[in-house]
Design a protein around this ligand. Structure first.
Ligand code: SF4
Ligand code: SF4
Length: 278
């Protein structure tokens, strides 16, 4: 038996929206009887690309989270649907029956991930089908996955140990989006953004020079990490825990160490760290 899923690597996603556009092209105005009714012109995002702003000026960052229906194994949308209007196929895909679901607007609010949309004209809840009509027709990939230029979306069969998605899932730190929902989604993620700690090093006696290769170490939260400043004198530690206390030490030969402390209630920019001669 198959268990179809997508593994989404957030660090590979550049926010190009190709997946969203491919999904629109597949479903806008196109009906696939027994699979899905036509998507309307406005208001539906079966493959959403959410933009997450991180940090703030002068060290802002952006992450993009592609989000279709996550095809949960413990799906609250199924519980909310009457008359079997939402069902799970043997291959794990969660489907909305476009006939039985007519008039059931309550289904829209049952999804904690907010990936079900109401078609007011057809009086129908609608969402991603993982392109089930294509898979049943012998196609290998959903349109969104086929269109992704960066390899951020990997589709395959989790019950096939030789599939790329199975092998990646066994080796990468794969996570559920919003694990607090406890829905056991088949669509899972790598690289969900946490906190970053960044800063910029300058030498007091060398104004205007960007010191490259200055050693920066970090401790706290059970971690001991080290990095070095880049060409611009900048450094960064990614994937820090939230609300954790960290100590950052900046060291350069001939200069006094600087030790700074921070708490990752939000992304942290330590700003300009000035090193003085010993
Ligand atoms: S993500 Fe939402 S719509 Fe999709 S299966 Fe889970 S609960 Fe249902
Ligand atoms: S197509 Fe790929 S890279 Fe582009 S937004 Fe979608 S997931 Fe990200």
């Amino acid at each position: 038996m198959s268990r179809y899923a997508i593994l989404i690597d957030i660090k590979k996603c550049n926010g190009c929206y190709s997946c969203f556009l491919a999904c629109r092209d597949e479903y806008y105005g196109n009906e696939y009887p027994e699979y899905s009714a036509a998507q309307p012109l406005n208001g539906q995002f079966w493959m959403q690309v959410q933009e997450i702003e991180r940090g703030e000026y002068p060290k802002p960052k952006v992450a993009y989270i592609a989000k279709p229906c996550l095809h949960c194994e413990n799906a609250p949308c199924m519980d909310a649907a009457k008359d079997g209007a939402i069902y799970r196929r043997p291959d794990g895909i969660v489907m909305i029956d476009p006939v039985k679901a007519k008039g059931q607007e309550a289904i829209v609010n049952a999804c904690p991930y907010r990936v079900i949309f109401w078609n007011a004209e057809l009086q129908l809840p609608q969402k991603c089908t993982l392109c089930a009509h294509r898979l049943d027709d012998g196609e290998k990939l959903p349109r969104c996955v086929e269109s992704c230029p960066t390899g951020a979306l990997v589709f395959g069969d989790l019950d096939d140990p030789s599939s790329e998605i199975s092998q990646l899932s066994a080796t990468l730190p794969v996570e559920d989006l919003h694990p607090q929902f406890a829905t056991r989604p088949l669509v899972r993620y790598v690289g969900i953004p946490r906190r970053f700690i960044a800063g910029e090093v300058v030498f007091k006696d060398k104004e205007g020079e960007c010191p490259e290769g200055v050693q920066v170490s970090l401790s706290g939260g059970g971690l001991n990490l080290a990095t070095a400043t880049d060409l611009f004198g900048d450094f960064e530690f990614e994937d820090m825990k939230k609300n954790e206390k960290y100590q950052v030490t900046v060291s350069a030969a001939g200069y006094k160490d600087r030790i700074l402390e921070c708490v990752t209630q939000k992304d942290v920019n330590l700003g300009e760290i000035v090193l003085e001669r010993k």
